[in-house]
Design a protein around this ligand. Structure first.
Ligand SMILES: *[C@@H]1O[C@H](CO)[C@@H](O)[C@H](O)[C@H]1NC(C)=O
Ligand SMILES: *[C@@H]1O[C@H](CO)[C@@H](O)[C@H](O)[C@H]1NC(C)=O
Ligand SMILES: *[C@@H]1O[C@H](CO)[C@@H](O)[C@H](O)[C@H]1NC(C)=O
Ligand SMILES: *[C@@H]1O[C@H](CO)[C@@H](O)[C@H](O)[C@H]1NC(C)=O
Ligand SMILES: *[C@@H]1O[C@H](CO)[C@@H](O)[C@H](O)[C@H]1NC(C)=O
Length: 447
């Protein structure tokens, strides 16, 4: 009896309804039907950017919210940081059952590229942390893609962090390949800094090393405010300037709130042929009402109250169908030319040599929100001859200042330790891969 229940829960954990999404030319395609896939999404960050939580490691919160994602007609959510020590299988399965994909930022405030000292923050401990997050999610077919960073460049003065963003992209792609995972797209979510917007986009997609180029580009854009239009908002100009880009582009945050209640008239443009040859949909910032007033719903414990913005978005999404046919995507665009005239070395830094064993042996266990890697630049830790439990403690050995973190979430360490100390059952330690092997074993015993 116990074993057959075990069997059922395992079968639930490994079955997947959604086909993976692949990148073909500058579009996302459904890998089963070949149809164009447009992101209809929201950014999911309950607790806000200053309260570090992992909404996918908490079945109560994802179960509370998924019906609202469905009511909006969404096919994608973006999550800004997760605790890679938690078990995400139930929430990922519930999302899958609801037809929803995930775009995941693999960094956390403590483990991300630092604007103040990017070279120091790009180290083996950092890679160990983000690779452990990849390990925790790579087996779910409804992972649409990973972001290697969010708004690291938030001002022209920190443009010199860009080579480290590319290095992170490259290492994630190398790791996914080395570990034989599905070819999951890796990209970056860019802040809307008008002076560097285009140069940075092209830099991230330039050069002969295809592994160091982004598979997809998210652009955070708040330019369509209130009752605007395709031309008045500047969207038309952006379509023009990104034309020719060889990777899919989408709005990783949109929804200007400066004009009060949002009517979301931009939705009709986003999913139209005005934009579909260059853009592949977008994600509204953000699901829950927080201090900065971008919420679609108000969360109070177990209860969710929809706001006017929710109903407006729902109506707009429902009355706006995707373009028919292929939306004009192209497979013939080539990689961008690298910018000239930047006043720093634009070469992508080499992978730290003490990270090489991570590619061969895997990252081992993550340290969740306790990972503080931004100052681990002394190269003191040798990952080549340690067990995974030692790897865990090493990632927490340094304490980093969180003053200039790159994640949207600005670190609040008290809540972080609270979250990562929550229950870690035995099941949480099993990856889906090992669950499959157990399933095979159980089936041999029973059949
Ligand atoms: C993506 O999937 C479609 C449908 O199966 C297929 O035609 C296309 O070749 C795939 N693209 C890549 C890059 O694998
Ligand atoms: C952080 O977010 C969680 C989940 O929404 C909430 O339960 C908690 O009260 C929040 N903590 C603070 C300090 O805001
Ligand atoms: C970056 O850090 C590495 C390792 O600490 C060091 O070897 C290298 O010289 C540094 N590069 C720059 C440009 O500071
Ligand atoms: C990139 O490839 C082109 C064409 O193959 C070649 O001319 C160029 O020198 C290469 N650039 C670098 C930096 O390797
Ligand atoms: C609009 O809602 C109806 C009823 O729920 C649904 O059948 C239809 O597919 C929705 N249309 C879009 C574009 O989401």
């Amino acid at each position: 009896m116990r074993l057959s229940l075990f069997w059922l829960s395992l079968a639930g954990a490994v079955s997947a309804a959604l086909p993976s999404i692949n990148v073909t030319g500058n579009a996302f395609l459904n890998s089963e039907t070949g149809e164009r896939f447009y992101i209809r999404g929201v950014d999911y960050q309950p607790g806000g950017s200053s309260n570090l939580t992992d909404p996918l490691g908490d079945v109560e919160s994802c179960s509370r919210d998924i019906p609202y994602f469905q009511e909006l007609g969404l096919n994608t959510i973006r999550v800004y940081s997760v605790d890679n020590t938690l078990d995400h299988s139930e929430c990922m399965q519930k999302l899958d059952d609801a037809g929803i994909y995930l775009i995941l930022d693999v960094t956390t405030p403590g483990a991300s590229i630092s604007r103040s000292n990017p070279n120091c923050s790009y180290n083996a401990d950092f890679l160990q942390s983000i690779f452990a997050t990849v390990d925790a999610f790579a087996d779910y077919d409804n992972v649409l893609g990973f972001f290697a960073g969010n708004e690291v460049v938030n001002d022209e003065s920190v443009l010199d962090t860009a080579p480290y963003i590319k290095a992170t992209v490259r290492d994630l792609k190398k790791y996914i390949k080395a570990r034989n995972y599905r070819s999951i797209p890796v990209g970056y979510s860019a802040a809307d800094v008008s002076s560097v917007r285009l140069d940075l986009a092209h830099y991230l997609n330039c050069g002969n090393d295809s592994t160091a180029r982004v598979d997809m580009l998210g652009v955070n854009d708040y330019s369509w405010c209130g009752h605007s239009s395709f031309t008045q908002s500047g969207y038309s100009q952006k379509v023009k300037s990104y034309t020719g880009y060889s990777a899919p582009i989408f709005l990783s945050e949109y929804g200007c709130n400066t004009q009060g209640t949002r009517e979301f008239s931009e939705v009709a443009s986003i999913y139209s042929t005005q934009m579909s040859s260059v853009f592949s949909g977008g994600l509204v910032y953000e699901y829950s009402q927080e201090a900065d007033n971008y919420g679609l719903v108000e969360i109070n414990g177990d209860s969710v109250t929809t706001l006017d913005d929710f109903n407006n978005l729902k109506d707009m999404l429902n009355s706006t169908t995707d373009p028919t046919g292929d939306g004009g995507y192209v497979t013939t665009n080539t990689a961008s030319s690298c910018p000239t005239g930047w006043d720093f070395d634009i070469n992508v830094p080499d992978t730290p040599s003490d990270a090489s064993s991570l590619f061969e042996k895997g990252a081992g266990e993550g340290s969740g929100f306790d990972a503080e890697t931004q100052e681990s630049c002394d190269g003191s830790f040798d990952y080549s001859d340690v067990s995974s439990s030692e790897v865990v403690s090493s990632s927490t050995k340094t304490s980093a200042s969180s003053t200039k973190t790159s994640a949207t979430t600005s670190s609040s360490t008290s809540s972080a330790s609270q979250t990562s100390s929550s229950s870690k059952g035995e099941a949480a330690q099993l990856s889906v891969g090992s669950l499959s092997s157990v399933l095979v074993l159980v089936s041999v015993l029973f059949l």
